[in-house]
Design a protein around this ligand. Structure first.
Ligand code: CDP
Length: 224
């Protein structure tokens, strides 16, 4: 029997999903601080798999190579700054299409979600696949051009030399791949609250997210 099916009430789990550069990472970190919960950026898992496959000189589209890397992945590999690069984001989205890669990363994410007290996880399929019973679900979006501008600013601050046009093309390609794949495509859970951050500063977005989660927490406290 899994812990989800046990008599123990699960902790307070917050699922934050959304496309690239929507602000979900900053929002998830803010929610973790506000509610005293640990945060897992699940994109780092896929970034790490992509990074390791490329580093080994193997093909990102080869499911067997990517699955082998996913099976061997350890948590201490996730702190590598190389995972934050533009190339690692693209590599992540290519390995993320393989169902066996997703399966290999599933238990790590579910174990994180099940820890006592709860957790915040951000990604693409948290509310739909990883933690479908999460007490609070957010799907964070923003217009593609706003996201491209944010990601471009972020990459420049990291020292990457790249044009806004190239980043906008990356975002479009990644949206299409992540939303169009067969395995756990990026899509809002039916019970997710949509948060469009296009016209918001990151502080305003974090505040709006906190209010949504406070309401969900009040409902969860009554029902559990
Ligand atoms: O930070 P950004 O939103 O650009 O990307 P990320 O969250 O680090 O995710 C990188 C890639 O990993 C995404 O484009 C997805 O293809 C994949 N991913 C996924 O498939 N499922 C997740 N739960 C998280 C990320």
């Amino acid at each position: 029997m899994s812990e989800y099916e046990s008599d123990q009430p699960p902790g307070f789990v917050i699922a934050v999903d959304g496309p690239a550069a929507s602000g979900k990472g900053t929002i998830a970190t803010g929610l973790g601080a506000a509610f005293g919960l640990p945060v897992l950026d699940t994109g780092l898992l896929y970034r790490c798999v992509g990074y390791l496959v490329q580093k080994a000189g193997e093909n990102l589209d080869d499911a067997a190579s990517a699955t082998a890397a996913a099976i061997l992945l350890t948590a201490d590999q996730l702190a590598n700054p190389a995972l934050r690069t533009r190339a690692a984001g693209e590599a992540a989205s290519r390995v993320a299409v393989h169902p066996r890669v997703r399966d290999a990363l599933l238990e790590f994410q579910r174990t994180f979600a099940r820890q006592e007290g709860g957790a915040v996880l951000d990604g693409r399929d948290i509310g739909t696949v990883i933690a479908p019973d999460a007490a609070a679900k957010l799907f964070v979006t923003a217009r593609a051009e706003v996201r491209a501008h944010r990601r471009w600013t972020q990459l420049k601050a990291q020292g990457e030399r790249v044009t806004l046009k190239a980043v906008a093309a990356d975002i479009r390609r990644r949206d299409a791949r992540d939303g169009g794949r067969d395995a756990a495509p990026m899509t809002p859970a039916e019970d997710a609250v949509l948060l469009d951050t296009s016209e918001m500063t990151i502080e305003q977005a974090a505040d709006a997210a906190r209010r949504i989660v406070e309401a969900a927490r009040a409902r969860w406290t009554v029902s559990s």
